[in-house]
Design a protein around this ligand. Structure first.
Ligand SMILES: Cc1cc2nc3c(=O)[nH]c(=O)nc-3n(C[C@H](O)[C@H](O)[C@H](O)COP(=O)(O)OP(=O)(O)OC[C@H]3O[C@@H](n4cnc5c(N)ncnc54)[C@H](O)[C@@H]3O)c2cc1C
Ligand code: SF4
Length: 337
């Protein structure tokens, strides 16, 4: 009889792992709380570093999951350990007895309205990185802008927001989005307000050089205040920490690079199993070197942003490692092969 593997979360990590596990011959059940599969990837337009269409990547990933049993719009209602298995009751009334569980519950975007000084939800011109992706996907329109600004580190590297950690993906996202805006509106002035530019991955530096060549201005300093002018534009105050001078710019759109925070619904599942979390709220892995996909519970594994901010290539690598770890675990525990 095939072993049951339950995957919680149908984002990039859950989809990639489920496609591999089903090919290995497991009975894979995937539970996604939203109506659609794809997680955050389904909300993005094009991807750094090379402009791949998110939609195309998602289609390719879903194509590899033939044979996986999906339950969308479904949550985990309760989960407990029964001998060597996990007894999971789903919100659709179905009970799954799983020999291994993969928690791929991803992340939540930082709630930008918590940083009141930026005026998200107050001024129409202030939007988030996620909103801008929706604009690029054609889901809403903006007036042709004369000037656009990007604020890095919104809710990340910020003690006041109770998150001193870096979200890793938002510098590259800001540069990707700034280039896209400049391509759409070549006449617009585009500014990036940053603390440090963390362009660490392969080809990321090329993206930064491209942005500089396009005339995007990088200003090292935090935005301190945003106010609306009488013409309905945004007056943005910041300090240029390289020249130690205060600066003021008037913009039409200000994009807040909201960071990655632990998933609340992922936490609710983990809480039922007493899974440990780090100070930043993301799940703890068994160790920090050799067992990155393992949890402190036998038979329960992680992949993707459930254990911290990650890019898509990192997420997909983790999903593949998790599939391998699950296969090893089943072989050792249930004497299969
Ligand atoms: C604005 C922005 C732009 C980005 N652009 C890029 C880019 O261009 N290139 C790149 O490499 N990376 C990019 N990233 C990073 C990328 O989005 C992540 O690497 C990726 O989404 C992580 O995948 P995941 O499956 O771990 O998590 P998620 O995408 O968050 O998916 C998790 C899934 O689990 C589901 N879920 C959560 N809890 C439960 C539950 N209890 N029960 C059932 N389902 C549940 C969620 O609904 C979701 O579908 C970007 C990130 C941001 C914030
Ligand atoms: S990746 Fe860049 S914008 Fe995001 S938190 Fe780190 S330094 Fe700030």
């Amino acid at each position: 009889m095939k072993n049951n593997i339950l995957i919680i979360g149908g984002g990039p990590a859950g989809l990639e792992a489920s496609g591999i596990l089903v090919k290995m011959g497991y009975n894979v059940i995937l539970v996604e709380k939203e109506k659609q599969l794809g997680g955050h990837l389904a909300k993005w337009d094009t991807l750094f570093p090379d402009g791949l269409k998110a939609e195309d990547l998602l289609k390719a990933m879903i194509k590899k999951t033939g044979g996986v049993k999906y339950f969308t719009d479904t949550q985990v209602q309760s989960v407990n350990i029964l001998n060597k298995s996990y007894n999971v009751i789903l919100s659709n009334g179905i009970t799954v007895l799983a020999d291994a569980v993969l928690l791929a519950t991803g992340f939540d975007l930082f709630k930008a309205e918590k940083k009141e000084e930026y005026g998200y939800g107050v001024y129409e011109g202030v939007i988030t990185n996620a909103d801008l992706e929706q604009y690029f996907k054609g889901n809403f329109s903006i007036k042709k802008p004369k000037a656009v600004g990007f604020v890095h580190c919104v809710g990340s590297r910020d003690e006041k927001a109770c998150n001193p950690a870096c979200s890793k993906v938002c510098c590259a996202t800001a540069v990707k989005q700034a280039c896209h805006i400049k391509e759409k509106f070549p006449q617009a002035d585009v500014f990036c307000f940053y603390m440090d530019l963390r362009m660490f991955g392969r080809h990321y530096e090329d993206l930064y050089l491209k942005a500089q060549k396009m005339g995007i201005r990088f200003i090292r300093g935090r935005v301190s205040e945003v106010a609306e002018t009488s013409e309905g534009r945004l007056l943005v105050k910041a300090e240029d920490t390289l020249s130690s001078k205060p600066i003021k710019v008037t913009l039409d759109t200000l994009v807040l690079m909201a960071g990655m925070r632990p998933s609340e619904s992922g936490y609710q599942v983990g809480h039922q199993l007493n899974l440990s979390v780090e100070e930043d709220g993301f799940f703890s892995t068994k160790d920090t070197m050799l067992s990155l996909q393992k949890s402190n519970l036998e038979g329960l594994f992680f992949a993707g942003a459930a254990t911290g901010p990650k890019t898509l290539p990192d997420t997909l690598h983790e999903a593949r490692s998790a599939a391998m770890e699950i296969d090893n675990y089943i072989t050792e525990t249930f004497n299969k092969r």
